[in-house]
Design a protein around this ligand. Structure first.
Ligand SMILES: CCCCCCCCCCCCCC(=O)SCCNC(=O)CCNC(=O)[C@H](O)C(C)(C)COP(=O)(O)OP(=O)(O)OC[C@H]1O[C@@H](n2cnc3c(N)ncnc32)[C@H](O)[C@@H]1OP(=O)(O)O
Length: 219
């Protein structure tokens, strides 16, 4: 079996952390502290997800995975016995468990979002497990990436927390797998509780998908 395709940077999001009020408004408690064990396991699970949808075979790797699965099972029964270094130590970062930017959620590539001027930006290359039509990223995943990056931009200015109220995606062209694409989002205008947002997925600088959306803060 070949190496899994490179996934997005295995790092946290750069996304603004939700406040305690955000968590309270969202109806859940503050997540538990970060776990390096969870983060490493998520990385492994991403690689396994890629291996499962690939059609390659490699007996030596299969044996390595079998041994690792045994070790992981032991570790899950006695997690304190396993010592790992946190590759992304941060202080004060609340744990991100979203299925798109989280380092510890294996459903997430994960995307890392940064600020560039007035925009939120993420460079990402999605591997095979995000495929829709052959060689193309699934349209729902494209919408997920845009939702997250526009949401990041909506929260980037110190404005209160807001939810996606409306999100329209226009798919102009294929978003390719296994190639770097750039996801960009920005605030177009603010009207009271409403933030009107826009963004794109760029492939070699040209939009493969465009998004327009409305984010609203709860009353
Ligand atoms: C607290 C925040 C927490 C944030 C956590 C961050 C973590 C990030 C994690 C990642 C998250 C990733 C992202 C996610 O997954 S976000 C999760 C997915 N989204 C949701 O769950 C949101 C569901 N919707 C709601 O909860 C409510 O609708 C909210 C709270 C948003 C507003 O409820 P509210 O009861 O206040 O209002 P309303 O819904 O009756 O709407 C009525 C208003 O909207 C106006 N309107 C409607 N359409 C349009 C239009 N096209 N052009 C212009 N205006 C338009 C309309 O005129 C009216 O305005 P006005 O007459 O009042 O002036």
């Amino acid at each position: 079996m070949g190496q899994p395709s490179p996934v997005a940077q295995d790092s946290p999001t750069g996304q603004d952390s939700p406040t305690e009020q955000d968590h309270a408004a969202a109806g859940h408690a503050e997540p538990a502290a970060r776990s390096p064990y969870a983060e490493h396991t998520a990385r492994l699970t991403r690689s396994l997800a890629h291996a499962l949808v690939s059609e390659n075979d490699d007996a030596e790797l299969a044996e390595t995975v079998r041994a690792l699965a045994t070790r992981l099972l032991d570790a899950s029964e006695a997690p304190a016995a396993v010592t790992v270094d946190d590759p992304h130590p941060r202080s004060g970062f609340r744990r991100d468990i979203t299925p798109i930017t989280s380092a510890v959620n294996p459903l997430a590539p994960p995307m890392a979002i940064r600020r560039e001027g007035d925009e939120s930006v993420s460079d990402v290359a999605l591997p095979l497990q995000y495929q829709g039509p052959p060689a193309r990223v699934h349209g729902g995943i494209v919408a997920l990436m845009l939702d997250q990056v526009l949401g990041n931009a909506a929260h980037s200015t110190g404005l209160p927390g807001a939810y996606t109220r409306e999100l329209t995606i226009t798919y102009d062209a294929a978003t390719p797998l296994d190639r770097p694409v750039q996801v960009v989002g920005r605030i177009d205008r603010v009207e009271g509780r409403k933030r009107f947002m826009s963004g794109e997925v760029l492939v070699d600088g040209a939009p493969s998908a465009r998004a327009h959306g409305l984010w609203i803060s709860p009353r």
